[in-house]
Design a protein around this ligand. Structure first.
Ligand code: MN
Length: 250
């Protein structure tokens, strides 16, 4: 793994020019996980990333879409053997989506069980206002020797973060999380071996423009400052974390 920086959660297919967004990440050598929100988006993501060096695609069914797309789980099942990476998946019980939480729970449980059966999958997981439920479901359905979970944009409590660590989870951290005291306080409590970076672009912004994978460099620098490390040490640590997450194969 030679990439200098890592964006472990980015919606490249939601940028105005998807192919150009992939090319930019590829040229900059940023290891980028292109997440998808519906399995219908998989085919094109797969096509555009099957030969890239540092961009990988993940098969998702976004919790915010579950209320209208839960039946796409059949397509998700069919496509799972094509990839090692799964996401964006999880639960959102924020005000706009709490009404579908029961359905989201069924879909996420199904996804975790399918990953358990398949083995060796890596998941990027959304847990807005649902950290406890998400961790309960992971604990019950995906033992740590059957798959790896990266908590994306984690906003749970410190004790929930500790529980996630005990379950073997990693955390992908973005620049927006580190703007407030809560996110900064959380970051300093995470084991340094479990930290990755993400942009969640285009949903985070740098000034007025959507963040893109090359912008994770700023996040690495913020992490370094908050953890009292040099930028180089932080970047190296995060690369090592990706390596241990992925194991021997990419
Ligand atoms: Mn996302």
């Amino acid at each position: 793994m030679s990439s200098a920086y890592i964006d472990f959660h980015c919606h490249l297919d939601l940028y105005p020019d998807f192919a150009a967004a992939i090319l930019e990440a590829e040229r900059a050598g940023v290891y980028t996980l292109a997440v998808t929100t519906t399995p219908k988006a998989w085919a094109r993501n797969y096509e555009l990333t099957r030969r890239t060096k540092s961009v990988r695609a993940a098969l998702g069914l976004h919790p915010q879409l579950v209320h209208e797309r839960a039946d796409e789980i059949a397509l998700w099942d069919e496509l799972l053997p094509q990839t090692r990476y799964v996401g964006e998946v999880g639960i959102d019980s924020g005000p706009r989506y709490y009404r579908s939480v029961e359905l989201q729970k069924q879909v996420f449980e199904h996804i975790l069980q399918a990953c358990n059966r398949a083995g060796a999958k890596i998941l990027t997981v959304h847990s807005v206002r649902s950290a406890k439920l998400v961790l309960d479901l992971i604990e019950a359905n995906l033992p740590r020797d059957r798959g790896r979970v990266v908590m994306h944009w984690f906003t749970g409590s410190k004790s929930e973060a500790r529980r996630a660590v005990e379950l073997g989870c990693y955390f992908s951290v973005n620049s927006q999380m580190l703007l407030g005291d809560r996110g900064r306080d959380l970051l300093v409590t995470l084991p340094k071996e479990r930290i990755l970076t993400e942009t969640d672009g285009p949903f985070t912004k740098i000034g007025n423009r959507p963040a893109s994978p090359v912008d994770v460099r700023n996040t690495v620098e913020s992490i370094a400052a908050l953890r009292g490390m040099s930028n180089q040490q932080a970047a190296l640590q995060i690369r090592q974390n990706l390596k241990s997450l992925l194991g021997s194969d990419e």
